[in-house]
Write a protein that binds this ligand. Structure first.
Ligand code: AMP
Ligand code: MN
Ligand code: MN
Ligand code: MN
Length: 273
């Protein structure tokens, strides 16, 4: 059973259309595919699931929040896309994204960059706007050399463009997911650059607020990390999830369908679906 429960489309900051994503996932042998765009479910709405009958599509979302002023992502899996509580929450997050993009632009302009809001908005088009669109604009307009540089110097964790205001609190986000019948997953716990102790505190806070599962595997990673996170999930009584966090072809650390098996002593999040 190959499950990839964390992927992006061009509804947010991914490159492929939902149809292309599903086609490619099926070709890669994925049995269970969750589409988890940032703060939107619009990618799932128009998708014809019959194009790949052997690949089950799980409606999902990746919602942004904060914990102790650190930007945290929570994945909602197996959600009812028509649930009104969740839809209202998504609208709130999308309004937050727009406010946030104005502040990001202001901060980038202060650093001397030009046309940042118009440039990012234009690149985003109908997609949900995010920091990658700002980074892409800076690179495309010749103001920064590479996407990597844009994040490392201006938009990444702790840099001026890393604006974390406006997001809904973690407990609200978990509640929306539950109202929509979904499972709340703490996404990529190793990517917040926390100490082991802080990661444990975050995981316990997430569990205490009703969280269901820990994402033990995020793309290509050291098996010892998987083992460590598996133990953490078991200690905290959380289920286990896994995904590539695929955004686009050509990123060897996040390949669609390249997801290692979960540790045998963990309970997969899909067990109770
Ligand atoms: P946002 O959702 O606006 O907060 O933007 C976060 C997204 O930016 C992540 O989901 C990644 O897709 C992307 N991202 C974060 N850090 C980097 C980085 N160092 N290089 C390239 N993309 C990044
Ligand atoms: Mn992303
Ligand atoms: Mn994420
Ligand atoms: Mn993601």
């Amino acid at each position: 059973m190959l499950a990839d429960l964390h992927t992006h489309t061009n509804a947010s900051d991914g490159q492929l259309s939902p149809t292309e994503l599903l086609t490619n996932a099926a070709a890669a042998g994925v049995d269970l595919l969750a589409i988890t765009d940032h703060d939107t479910i619009s990618g799932i709405a128009g998708l014809d699931k019959n194009i790949a009958p052997d690949c089950t599509v799980i409606p999902g979302i990746e919602l942004s929040t904060n914990w102790r002023k650190i930007g945290i992502h929570i994945v909602g899996l197996n959600i009812d896309p028509d649930n009104t509580t969740l839809l209202a929450g998504i609208m709130q997050q999308q309004a937050a994204r727009l406010q946030r993009s104005q502040l990001i632009a202001k901060k980038l302009e202060k650093l001397g960059f030009k046309d940042t809001l118009a440039g990012a908005v234009k690149l985003a088009g109908d997609s949900i706007i995010g920091r990658p669109h700002f980074a892409r604009h800076l690179v495309d307009s010749g103001q920064v050399k590479t996407m990597k540089d844009a994040f490392r110097k201006y938009l990444g964790s702790g840099k001026p463009g890393d604006v974390r205001d406006f997001w809904a609190p973690m407990e609200d986000i978990i509640e929306w997911i539950h109202q929509a019948g979904g499972s709340a997953v703490l996404a990529h716990p190793a990517k917040y650059r926390l100490t082991n102790l802080k990661t444990e505190e975050l995981t316990r806070a997430f569990r205490d607020q009703g969280g269901d599962a820990l994402e033990l595997i995020s793309g290509k990673q050291d098996p010892t990390l998987t083992t460590r996170l598996g133990k953490l999930a078991r200690r905290c009584g959380l289920l286990a999830s896994c995904g590539s966090d695929f955004h686009q072809p050509g990123q060897p650390w996040a390949v669609l369908g390249e997801v290692a098996a979960l540790p045998a002593d963990c309970t997969p999040v899909w067990d109770n679906w």
